[in-house]
Design a protein. Structure first.
Length: 157
């Protein structure tokens, strides 16, 4: 989880690659990609809630079939934290953070540049959640090291 443009997709891709190298069966659910492929449109709170529930149901189905799941999505909702912990086996929640100015500089996302609305962390509140791991994606962070921190916490080296 983390703000748009913080590096969730990049870190998730690296984590999934590392998991596959050690033989862990894993599927990656990328929020942006799932939204496109399944026509989950809109970014207001209601649309985000519908998409979040879809991700968790899919993760639950895969987990029930012995497949580990990595979800890269903004998330950051108490509602979905509770649902995830109750629904998905071995639910593990990671927050990827960075200074907002650095996120804006790196991502160059239109909504940051144009002052759009429905942006989590800007005009949509972030709920107070209980993360299993918080990782700082600072200026000098190396993506491989960020993914390795998650692997170590999961005891998968």
């Amino acid at each position: 989880m983390g703000l748009a443009g913080v590096g969730k997709t990049t870190v998730a891709r690296e984590l999934v690659d590392k998991l596959r190298i050690v033989g862990t069966p894993v599927v990656w659910i990328d929020g942006d990609e799932i939204r496109k492929r399944f026509s989950l449109i809109g970014h207001d709170r209601k649309a985000r809630d519908e998409a979040g529930l879809f991700y968790l149901r899919l993760a639950d189905l895969l987990s029930d079939n012995g497949i580990n799941v990595v979800i890269s999505s903004i998330g950051m909702s108490k509602k979905f934290e509770t649902i995830g912990k109750n629904m998905v086996k071995n639910y593990f929640q990671v927050l990827l953070t960075a200074e907002l100015d650095l996120v804006k500089e790196r991502s160059r996302r239109e909504f940051y540049l144009n002052g759009d609305t429905n942006v989590v962390g800007i005009d949509l509140a972030i709920d107070d959640l209980q993360y299993d791991l918080i990782i700082q994606n600072g200026e000098l962070a190396e993506i491989s090291n960020l993914a390795s921190q998650i692997m170590e916490r999961l005891d998968l080296k």
